[in-house]
Write a protein that binds this ligand. Structure first.
Ligand code: YOG
Length: 137
């Protein structure tokens, strides 16, 4: 049984976000804004359905899926592409493949100690983000 990713998470490190955004073709202006954002993840699970929200003061993005079921994803407000996505478990890692115009695109989530890890990958660029659990305000 994989560890639970559910809860609210705040970013504590972000390596090569610039490279990932470049691979997605995000323009310089948006990259500069995005690099300054303190990203948050809110992950919920309802039976076999997951909802992952990426939140910031600038924009929010949400995706909903069932593990093992292909779905259409529109990356609205990010690179605005349509991809065919599929999330599967690779051991304790949750892996999403996003098939579309960009090659080798997707992400992987896993837990290490009490931290939520994320790798975002696209065309050979890998962005590594780490989140810590948000304490209740
Ligand atoms: O998350 O794939 O948790 O969906 C990647 C941003 C910035 C807009 C965010 C808005 C890609 C300008 C991770 C940022 C950069 C830059 C807040 C989304 C594109 C545009 C929304 C992601 C997965 C895994 C779940």
């Amino acid at each position: 049984m994989p560890d639970s990713f559910c809860g609210s998470w705040e970013i504590i490190s972000n390596v090569n976000f610039e490279g990932y955004m470049n691979a997605l073709g995000i323009n310089l202006y948006l990259r500069k804004i995005a690099l300054r954002l303190k990203l948050k993840k809110v992950i919920e699970q309802q039976e076999d359905r997951y909802i992952i929200k990426t939140c910031s003061t600038f924009r929010n993005y949400a995706t909903t899926f069932r593990v093992g079921q292909e779905f259409q994803e529109f990356t609205e407000g990010l690179d605005n592409r349509h991809v065919k996505s599929m999330v599967t478990w690779h051991g304790k890692k949750m892996v999403c493949e996003q098939v579309g115009e960009k090659k080798c695109r997707g992400w992987t989530h896993w837990m290490e100690e009490d931290k939520l890890h994320l790798e975002l990958f696209c065309e050979g660029e890998v962005c590594k983000q780490v989140f810590k659990k948000k304490v209740n305000e």
